[in-house]
Design a protein. Structure first.
Length: 269
């Protein structure tokens, strides 16, 4: 919480014209913010009563930054982007590779002149392009249909989408290495989808979770992507404010993709 006292505050207070002050409260933790705000109101009322000897006439004008009208769609629609891309990329990648194994064509690819890296790229790049097109589609729907304000950079949003898809596509590839049938791949994907969604901050704020779960969310790429999307859409944040999230997506994506590639080589061999 921050209390801002404007210039000539003392002169206005002494003249009896009324002296405004501004209180800025961090609303991410609503309970703590409301308690702090109630303390401020009581302090101001008591101080004014001591100075004037009469009940003060205080006008409270509350305004929420970045979402003044407190519309849920402004906050939730950009976050839907992360969950849609996660489900789409996980399902497409895991099912496609498992289907190749069911049909027996995966073994034919292994004896071809293709290198393992080329096979992984061939299996992931088409789905990456589909998911990027879906990213553009969801962004257009959010801006044109839901009228969600966009204050940031489209290039930063695209960069976040690419790094995020590296993580989710790698996770889908990893699931395919543990699955032998498409039904098994679908069920395994849901075992990942629900925890990733619940620990992303989409349904519940991360700050309201137990401390152990808050640490666990640091390994969740969905959390970092949602933080970037909401900050870019609503706050117009730049790379200087979001570099930690971009770095986390890079580390998570690289680790998952390397692990998935090694598992893919081992199971294919």
């Amino acid at each position: 919480m921050t209390v801002e006292i404007p210039p000539r505050y003392a002169d206005d207070l002494a003249s009896g014209r009324g002296a405004p002050i501004q209180v800025l409260v961090d609303g991410t933790d609503s309970n703590t913010g409301n308690i702090a705000l109630s303390y401020v109101i009581r302090i101001v009322q008591r101080t004014a009563a001591d100075m004037t000897g009469a009940p003060p006439g205080i006008t409270l004008a509350a305004r929420a930054w970045y979402n003044p009208s407190l519309e849920s769609r402004v906050y939730n629609v950009p976050a839907v982007m992360g969950n849609v891309l996660m489900i789409l990329s996980l399902m497409l990648t895991s099912l496609a590779v498992v289907r190749e194994r069911e049909l027996g064509t995966l073994e034919q690819l292994m004896v071809s002149p293709l290198t393992p890296g080329e096979m992984i790229a061939g299996k992931t790049m088409p789905f990456a392009l589909i998911c990027l097109a879906d990213l553009v589609l969801i962004t257009g729907v959010a801006l044109l249909w839901f009228r969600v304000p966009f204050q940031g950079s489209f290039l930063l949003l695209l960069l976040a989408g690419v790094l995020y898809l590296v993580s989710t596509l790698g996770l889908g590839l990893l699931i395919s290495t543990f699955s032998t049938t498409q039904q098994e791949a679908v069920l395994t994907s849901f075992l990942f989808i629900m925890p990733l969604m619940l620990l992303s901050g989409f349904m519940f704020p991360v700050t309201s979770m137990p401390l152990g779960f808050q640490w666990l969310t640091l390994a969740n790429p969905v959390r970092h992507f949602l933080e970037i999307v909401r900050a870019v859409f609503l706050k117009g944040a730049g790379l200087d404010a979001l570099w930690r999230q971009y770095l986390a997506l890079t580390l998570i994506g690289g680790s998952v993709l390397v692990l998935a590639a090694r598992r893919f080589h081992k199971t294919a061999a």
